[in-house]
Design a protein around this ligand. Sequence first.
Ligand SMILES: [Zn+2]
Length: 208
Amino acid sequence: MEKSLLKQILHEYEEKRNKATLLAEKRKQELLAVNPRLSEIETELSQISLQTTKAILLASENEKEKLLSDLKKKTNALIKEKSTFLKSLSKDSDFLNPQFECKMCKDTGYVLREGVSKMCTCLKQRIYDVAYNKSNMGNLEIENFSTFDYRIFSDKINKELYKSNISPRQNIKLIREKVQSFIDNFDDPAEKNLLFTGNTGVRKNLSY
Ligand SMILES: [Zn+2]
């Protein structure tokens, strides 16, 4: 895949993330300005987060467990209070969180699967959309893998005509397998690109 295309799309993602974060911050400030209790809860929550860090770093082993469990209880109570409070204002409990377009990757484009960072389906789709629009392919609703018909390719071997030891049908089956594997391994950096070459109006050669 073109590096610049991925770079361009990741930049788009970064802007999406920044926008969602800024909007959330704006909603928060507006709400905090008119609802002082919410403001207190936010302050208490950030204090607890500091205390937790301190407890992890400084408390003795004996104290640590109790301290952390107390802090967790306090946090849960505050989060519950915050959520009830937001509900009373007819707002969802995640109203103050950034609203990302993709809940899975939070608009980063990557998700962790079994400890490994993988391209999110939304990013794959976005790359596909951009690349597809660039290539000006149309009719994908009709012309796609599910409607693919091998029978339109001859199963006769004709070395002279096709300059190949296999029939066009065998050839197209091989190409289809390669293309399918390319799609399945799209986010694998080791996967090689596909290159279709040939003049306009004639059959193309596929290199991989
Ligand atoms: Zn995603």
